[in-house]
Ligand binder design. Structure first.
Ligand code: SAH
Ligand code: SF4
Ligand code: F3S
Length: 473
């Protein structure tokens, strides 16, 4: 353990040295070209990827690049990819087509690809062969070597491809450029060991590894010092945090410690796997007002038979029992979920079980997905893949129900006072938008100076999944 920490620390110093060398090189290129170099990071996928992109941006900014949101203004574009469903892959190929056109006009443009898609051999083979526009490829395990790979690309002038099958390294203290000043994601673990039979994530993100609690608390302390009020603890299955650490700390113990960091007013977490959500965690949430009243609890299906084939390790009844225990402890809590429609072998009866579960639970909202066959997963080899027309009709029925039950549930706070953390100015002039602890969006009168403030608001009217509110202070 100590040996690994020393290795991580050594690597941190090495990569920070590369950043300094790249900054020197970037300065020289900028002088020659007569303008500052700009970089654009394009992010696909989940909160994990969003957080990784903040790290990429931090490294790029420290290396002397100005950041831009517009790829046509950029001298370097990095796409941080997702491969959880087929359409995520298609977005990336579409983007590469556009970048090929852009590079014809701007031959010095550097294009990099990283993230989950790059951990799949068939993808990398295709890109190497058919997309000469790509200059730099790396994966999820070696993201922390980005400073070194960027330096190599700038100095060697030819395509750099480096991919690893896994790593036990967790390199801390590389630069980060956060999207929001007042809230931040914090990784508490990496990878996933659950191998749900449809899911590619364990193959592309590797084995589950928890970060050391002291490192997590240090990072959160620094964020709080920087003005961050809301923390989102990130992991594919946060409820199993710490299971592999020698010091035996549980997720609920970590949560309690995070709430104790001065300056942190709100703590969220994502994602909870129902099989590992303990009664102890429910108690900790109930007892601690700083923990936001929202749990994202992906159910995936309402049929115990399908759940078994998905390798989820809980039944419909166990899930419903868990929901009851959570609501008993924190009655007004928001529950959101993920649901997959059209898993191999799903019958109409199985699907009706999903519909009735949605009705029974009354989720605040649900992300619904059409099952996507991912090469290499057990479900991709299952017989009885469901025809597209059947899946689409089920999907539409589910979406209607989710909308209807979500709207009913979301309106429960009408007329109540709630604290809103203001996140953005609204497109509607004179309005800002933020969230209540239950993760529901509220629009209220305000201006840019309100961003990052927690404001008491009366929730006047609910329009579907969001509220209009008036300020009370
Ligand atoms: N670790 C999280 C989920 C991460 S992926 C959890 O277990 O809850 C986010 C969501 O994508 C999943 O909850 C699932 O609903 C969906 N998903 C994953 N693989 C999929 C596939 N092959 N087809 C369709 N949806 C999928
Ligand atoms: Fe995928 Fe399951 Fe892991 Fe979530 S818990 S990332 S769905 S394998
Ligand atoms: Fe996608 Fe990777 Fe997240 S596959 S959903 S970006 S972990």
């Amino acid at each position: 353990m100590e040996e690994l920490r020393a290795k991580n620390r050594e690597e941190e110093i090495r990569q920070n040295d590369y950043i300094k060398m790249t900054a020197e090189k970037v300065r020289r290129i900028a002088d020659l070209r007569g303008h500052a170099l700009k970089a654009c990071v394009v992010t696909f996928g989940c909160q994990m990827n969003a957080r990784d992109s903040e790290k990429l941006k931090g490294i790029l900014a420290e290396s002397g690049f100005l950041m831009t949101e517009e790829e046509q203004d950029a001298d370097l574009v990095i796409c941080n990819t997702c491969t959880v469903r087929e359409n995520a892959d298609q977005h990336v190929y579409g983007r590469l087509g556009r970048l090929t056109g852009l590079k014809k006009k701007k031959p010095d443009l550097i294009v990099g690809l990283c993230g989950c898609m790059m951990q799949e051999d068939h993808v990398v083979r295709k890109i190497r062969k058919s997309y000469p526009v790509v200059d730099l490829i790396f994966g999820t395990h070696n993201l922390y070597t980005f400073p070194e790979l960027l330096y190599r690309r700038l100095t060697e002038g030819k395509r750099v491809v480096e991919l690893w099958d896994g790593t036990d390294m967790i390199v801390e203290n590389l630069p980060v450029r956060r999207k929001y000043s007042f809230k931040s994601g914090v990784n508490i673990m990496f990878g996933c060991d659950n191998f749900c039979s449809y899911c590619i994530v364990p193959y592309v993100r590797g084995r589950e590894r928890s970060r050391n609690p002291a490192d997590i608390l240090d990072e959160i302390g620094r964020l709080a010092g920087d003005g961050v009020k809301e923390i989102m603890l990130l992991g594919q299955n946060v409820n199993s945090y710490g299971k592999k650490l020698d010091g035996a700390i549980t997720f609920s113990e970590l949560l309690t410690k995070v709430c104790g960091v001065p300056g942190i007013e709100r703590v969220r977490f994502m994602t909870s796997h129902p099989k590992d959500l303990s009664d102890d965690l429910i108690r900790v949430i109930a007892e601690n007002e700083k923990i936001c009243r929202h749990i994202h609890l992906p159910v995936q299906s309402g049929s115990s038979r399908i759940l078994k084939n998905m390798n989820r390790h809980y039944t419909r009844e166990e899930y419903l029992g868990l929901v009851d225990r959570i609501r008993e402890a924190v009655p007004d809590i928001s529950l959101t979920t993920d649901i997959i429609v059209g898993f191999p072998g799903e019958t109409e009866e199985d699907f009706l079980d999903t519909m009735s579960l949605v009705e029974k639970v009354g989720f605040d909202s649900a992300f619904t997905f059409i099952y996507s066959r991912r090469t290499g997963t057990p479900a991709a080899r299952m017989e009885d893949q469901i025809p597209d027309d059947v899946v689409h009709s089920r999907f539409d029925r589910l979406l209607d129900l989710v909308k209807q039950t979500g709207e009913e549930r979301s309106s429960r706070f009408t007329g109540q006072m709630k604290d809103v953390l203001v996140e953005d100015v609204n497109r509607e002039p004179g309005y800002v938008s933020g969230r209540i602890s239950e993760n529901i969006t509220v629009h209220l009168p305000g201006d840019e100076s309100d961003i990052g403030k927690i404001i008491p608001v009366r929730l006047e009217s609910c329009r579907g999944f969001y509220y209009f509110g008036t300020r009370q202070s």
